[in-house]
Ligand binder design. Sequence first.
Ligand code: ADP
Length: 303
Amino acid sequence: KLLVNRYLKGEIVGEGTYGIVNKAIDTKTGNIVAIKRIRIGEKKEGVNFTALREIKLLKELKDPNIIELIDCFPYKDSLHLVFEFMETDLEAVIKDKHIVLSPADTKSYAQMMLKGLAFCHKKWVLHRDMKPNNLLIGADGQLKLADFGLARMFGSPGRNFTHQVFARWYRAPELLFGSKHYGSAVDIWAAGCIFAELLTRRAFLQGSSDIDQLGKIFAALGTPKPSQWPDMAYLPDYVEYQYVAAPPLRTLLPMASDDALDLLSKMLTYDPKARITAQQALEHRYFSSLPAPTRPSQLPRPR
Ligand code: ADP
């Protein structure tokens, strides 16, 4: 049967926080798509704001490194969001033991991730949930930021976000200290963690609780000195930690080039105001020095 006279519904490909995702054929274009079904709440308030937010944001975000929202429609008790179908995600690539990532491959994935971020930050949109399984990879090898379900506009006065949104391992230190006025720098921190994970094939900072997450960050990068991050002591959940000196980053990532380590250290800078931006990161010499990033169509992918 045809959904809204257009989509031929196929198998279930996944289940997310908000609902089931099906594969489908768009009979209008012949393209394979993913349809995400979001239950419109049982609550009498009716409208699912998370869904509406996601729709409004995505419609305005069109970029080769952002997942495209093709269509959306209500059907039965659910809102249906139609996205371009994506073959796999970065988590699957990182975890696949048969895949060898060359320095050029890692550079290509890092560049696509930062291009997507630079685009949404330019439009004043935060992703807020950057992690490898939210970075989808298309049949053409392009990496695209997905799952803007938690994203929200920022830049308006009185912004005040909840901080418990990020998958813990990718959470920036200002979020762990309870910052409520954070900005695009939280996405850069997460992108830095993902970059390190691409280099080592292992999640970089694996905290088992929020407190432990800070401990893992400090053990890897040293406890931040007030001179490094002047606003730190004023954050709501700030507590003083026993001083730990930073080991050279090189010891944690022996395989990384000097350029890669320099960029990584700038993405994992404690003070969010001093942290590199996505646009600045793209202009870093890591991306202009050899090897050139692998063309997306040439990237290794899980079979
Ligand atoms: P969550 O809300 O838990 O972050 P999603 O609802 O975005 O997850 O997606 C759930 C699952 O559906 C994903 O893990 C993935 O396997 C699949 N999926 C989501 N979007 C797509 C897509 N565009 N193409 C193919 N599979 C997708």
